[in-house]
Design a protein around this ligand. Structure first.
Ligand SMILES: [Zn+2]
Length: 282
């Protein structure tokens, strides 16, 4: 989180609000945020912000022949503010000051600084390793032959769907919703699916992400809130009844994330124990 739908709505709202704005200055309070130094951030001064786009879970803010490529990681937000930030705002990582006293601000919650940005020549974006290695976009829904070829790998579906090199845009929240929608075990291998299961999964990927985006179009106003209203039904809902069959949802806890699922509909009635996991996930 943020994943494809959250990053897409961010790009749409920022484009609507900030396209055509002129940059007055840019600076990076985050000590490790900028991963490039040439051209310098100062090169943005005087340029026009053309649009904000998305590549997988990455944002690209386009300024003529320069592009700011941004990865929000797990806790970042890119927001437009009407007033400039105090430099004491510890969440600020990157500030692009625009005309009219506005500011495009990359903020990150928590103490870790993991969100990053690169200022690149626009024609170099496709060759940047973070972009060049991306698989096809997970939304809109992929054609059957393309999707079937991507999924045909001897790997468990949960990590496979989150691998940006396989398919771009899905992370730890939406993968749970997608697998639940398709009624598939997170531990089923991609190359073990029959044709019907591949089709269910293909449709679930496109529909869940598309519906999330529709939800954000309705629920999110001009400004991207700090806390996004994720329409999740299963992820982190362990202990609650499955919205479809009423069985108690279960979860497996990993070091830094949770995998939630319906045992009745996804794992053949089996509740998976954490100790089984280290073996199953090898
Ligand atoms: Zn269920």
């Amino acid at each position: 989180m943020p994943e494809l739908p959250e990053v897409e709505i961010t790009a749409r709202r920022l484009t609507a609000a900030a396209a055509g704005a002129t940059v007055e200055s840019a600076l990076a309070p985050g000590m490790v945020t900028m991963k490039t130094f040439d051209p310098p951030l100062d090169a943005l001064a005087g340029r026009t912000l053309d649009a904000v786009g998305r590549r997988g879970k990455l944002l690209e803010v386009r300024f003529g022949d320069l592009t700011l490529l941004i990865h929000l990681m797990s806790a970042g937000r890119l927001q437009l503010w009407d007033k400039r930030s105090s430099l004491r705002d510890k969440a600020s990582r990157l500030l692009v000051r625009l005309d009219g006293d506005r500011e495009l601000r990359l903020r990150e919650f928590g103490t870790q600084q993991r969100a990053w940005a690169k200022l690149l020549a626009a024609d170099a974006v496709d060759d940047d390793p973070a972009v060049a290695t991306l698989g096809p976009e997970a939304w809109p829904t992929l054609p059957p032959d393309v999707f079937a070829a991507l999924i045909d790998q001897p790997r468990h579906l949960h990590p496979l769907l989150r691998d940006q090199r396989t398919i771009a845009g899905i992370g730890r929240s939406w993968v749970d919703e997608i697998l639940w929608t398709a009624r598939l075990s997170p531990f089923k291998q991609g190359n073990d699916l029959d044709a019907d299961e591949v089709e269910r999964l293909r449709v679930a990927v496109g529909e869940r992400l598309g519906h999330a985006l529709d939800h954000y179009e309705d629920a999110i106003g001009e400004k991207i809130p700090d806390k996004l209203p994720l329409p999740l039904e299963v992820h982190r809902h362990q202990g609650e009844p499955c919205p479809r069959c009423g069985t108690k949802l279960e979860a497996i806890h990993f070091k830094d994330y949770v995998m939630s699922y319906c045992p009745e509909e996804q794992t053949g009635g089996k509740v998976l124990k954490d100790r089984r996991l280290s073996r199953l996930l090898k």
